[in-house]
Design a protein around this ligand. Structure first.
Ligand code: NAD
Length: 301
């Protein structure tokens, strides 16, 4: 791998992938429209093109990708609940954006395309969930991710491009969004605790999530990029392989609880990582409790 594009490289997970690639000596270009991404996340050693992938000119994009060997596609409007309220911009960013990128990448002769998918494609699934579980998206966002995976597979079948989709479970780590409409649960609870307010928990708080460390997600992407295996639309779970309830998470953070908001969401997520372990020897190393302790210290300090 010599030249890579990271879409969404100004976002939470994408910026960590950029940092790792730069450390490895890879020439990195970011494509990001900064709709949720931040200038301060951008590694100054990377070239950055501010561009919306849903409205990009395909010829420009194709030309831009010449001599690129690997694409890490993270750009997306990445939240479940807002996709229910605003399905059209979510579809544009997540489906049209992915399709445009795949067309340009195959036309430009990109070798490998690594797509950031999501455990949300499973819906309410039996746990631990393996990749061959029935897929049942229950939000526009989840369906967009499934369409992205299937486009990847189709492009590998029709054109000469390797594609692989990584189904991340809930990702945590430094640079998680602290503000804006799309904040994740951990920063929301941290803010509420700091302000002396109870943590507002959706549903009854017994829903369990497989919280996955961002460093492990970066590692999975890099392993896919470097692997000698051919990927023809393969999919892999990327989870921690254990889970905690939202109530337990709030206890870990030392917060009071309040309930009331009813939302449609899977009851439990838990990854079976056997496939990625077998094929790529990937193993998670994240320690949620340890990270939360450090995060709360920094947040309150
Ligand atoms: N964070 C998680 O827990 C999680 C879980 C599963 C999957 N994912 C996937 O991982 C990827 C990264 O997620 P994240 O948490 O870092 O989100 P994020 O919002 O921090 O990053 C997404 C980035 O994409 C950019 N973007 C959005 N629409 C764009 C468009 N049309 N054109 C160009 N850039 C655009 C945003 O500005 C942002 O920088 C997403 O594809 C998301 O669906 C994330």
């Amino acid at each position: 791998m010599q030249r890579a594009i990271v879409t969404g490289g100004a976002g939470f997970i994408g910026s960590h992938i950029v940092d790792e690639l730069i450390k490895m000596g890879v020439q990195v270009t970011i494509i990001d429209d900064f709709s949720t991404g931040k200038v301060e996340n951008v590694n100054p050693a990377a070239y950055c093109w501010k561009q919306d992938l849903a409205t990009v000119n395909i010829d420009d994009l194709t030309q831009f990708m010449e001599h690129v060997d690997t694409v890490f596609h993270l750009a997306a409007l990445a939240r479940v609940q807002p996709s229910i309220e605003q399905p059209i911009p979510y579809h544009d960013a997540n489906v049209t954006g992915t399709h445009n990128l795949l067309v340009a990448a195959s036309d430009a002769g990109v070798k490998r395309f690594i797509f950031s998918s999501s455990s949300s494609v499973y819906g309410d699934a039996k746990v631990p969930t393996s990749e061959d579980h029935v897929l049942n998206p229950i939000s526009p966002y989840a369906l967009h991710k499934l369409i992205g995976e299937q486009y990847c597979k189709l492009f590998s079948t029709l054109y000469d491009i390797d594609t692989v989709s990584l189904r991340y479970f809930n990702v945590y780590g430094d640079r998680m969004a602290l503000d804006g409409a799309y904040r994740l649960a951990i920063p929301i609870f941290a803010t509420q605790i700091k302000e002396g307010k109870p943590c507002t928990i959706n549903n009854d708080g017994n829903q369990k999530r497989d919280y996955t460390y961002v460093g492990d997600v970066v590692k999975a992407n890099i392993m896919c990029a470097k692997s000698l295996k051919e990927f023809k639309g393969d999919v892999y779970n990327v989870g921690n392989g254990d889970n905690v309830s939202v109530n337990e998470l709030v206890d870990m953070m030392g917060g009071e609880k309040s309930y009331g908001n009813k939302v449609i969401e899977p009851f439990e997520t838990l990854a079976c990582n056997a496939k990625i372990d077998l094929d790529l020897d990937w193993k998670p190393e994240g320690d949620l409790k340890k990270w939360i302790n450090k995060y709360m210290e920094q947040f309150n300090g």
